[in-house]
Design a protein around this ligand. Structure first.
Ligand code: DAH
Length: 343
């Protein structure tokens, strides 16, 4: 009996070695200690069959073996539970060094990218940015800019009228007048903003953007106008770009000019972008008309100034070489997503 108990102990020890998880631990426990058929349980029952004088010694040994097994099982159970806990924590660990998943990001509209680039050039020259209302009066959009009532120059502006007095501004030029009314020279401003005209074709949309420029001080000359705009086009279209001024007409400037740039695409040889002429028209400009100064209460004998206005959409069409201006207003993401970076 004694050797049987010792053998059970050895067997138990050997099997304990092979226990790798909690489930096989429970199996081992049942094998030796289950209430009915456990190997040790059965052996313990046999003790009562022994001669009385042998029982105390064997009984003591059996209890020791049982105690040993229970203790070993508990120790092993704790160890396995700790291991499993450690494994769970490790698996559930969050790697905070993995870059997060970015939600889809918006970007600036191509016209806004071009507007920012144009603004930057003038801001560096000390200009400030001004703003005015989209809904204008006939007075600021036309009369104060020396477009008399019924003047044929109004026809060129395809105006959206709201009533007798109000309209959607056709140009950013009215902001010239609004600023000069409020302030004394020196003035050096740009005015980017929305304009509206009843136009809809490959190069015109009813809503579009212009940027106006105005400089007023004593002794401002046509040379200043030319120097400023030549500098601007070189910054915007590249150092090799040449500028050409052609006589033109605007009611609020005298003399007036249109400015062409040498085609930066073909270098002036002639291509599709410049319609084979080698030149691309980009803006209108001129010396501020004395009548405009009179309207705002400036003395035309003392002050002179120059102004210009250009279509931001048009510059964007040229810079990005886009064929149809209407694409800017269709909000097709496949189109817009191509303009992620500042040009
Ligand atoms: N406002 C004019 C237009 O819409 C552009 C323009 C021409 C603005 C000459 C000016 C200027 O300030 O001096 O066609």
């Amino acid at each position: 009996m004694k050797s049987k108990l010792l053998k059970l102990k050895k067997e138990f020890q050997a099997e304990l070695e092979g226990v790798v998880d909690l489930r096989s631990l429970v199996d081992l426990k049942n094998k030796f200690l289950s209430r009915k058929r456990g190997l040790l349980t059965v052996a313990l029952k046999e003790i009562s069959l022994l001669p009385v004088e042998e029982r105390p010694e064997i009984g003591k040994l059996a209890n020791k073996v049982k105690g040993f097994m229970e203790k070993e099982l508990t120790l092993r159970q704790r160890k396995l539970e700790a291991e499993e806990e450690a494994r769970r924590i490790k698996e559930a660990q969050i790697d905070i060094t993995i870059p997060g998943r970015l939600p889809p990001m918006g970007g600036l509209h191509p016209i806004m990218l071009v507007k920012e680039k144009m603004e930057k050039i003038f801001l560096e020259l000390g200009y400030t940015v001004e703003d005015g209302p989209d809904i204008e009066t006939d007075y600021y959009n036309f009369v104060a800019l020396n477009f008399p009532k019924d003047h044929p120059a109004r026809d060129s502006q395809a105006t959206f009228l709201i009533d007798e007095e109000l309209l959607l501004r056709t140009q950013t030029s009215p902001v010239q007048v609004r600023v000069m009314e409020k302030r004394e020279p020196p003035i050096r401003i740009i005015v980017p903003g929305r304009c509206f005209r009843r136009d809809w074709d490959i190069t015109h949309t009813p809503n579009f953007f212009q940027m106006e420029g105005l400089v007023v001080d004593e002794g401002i000359t046509l040379g200043d106008l030319k120097g400023t705009l030549e500098y601007f086009v070189r910054q915007l279209f590249g150092k090799k770009t040449k500028a050409r001024f052609r006589p033109s007409f605007f009611p609020f400037t005298e003399p007036s000019a249109d400015l062409d740039i040498s085609c930066f695409h073909c270098g002036g040889k002639g291509c599709r972008l410049c319609k084979s002429s080698g030149w691309i028209e980009i803006l209108g400009a001129g010396m501020v008309h004395p009548n405009v100064f009179k309207v705002v209460g400036y003395d035309p004998e003392r002050y002179s100034g120059f102004a210009w206005g250009m279509g931001i959409d048009r510059v964007a069409l040229i810079l990005y070489q886009i064929e149809d201006a209407r694409l800017f207003y269709e909000n097709d993401l496949r189109f817009l997503q191509q303009f992620r970076e500042i040009i």
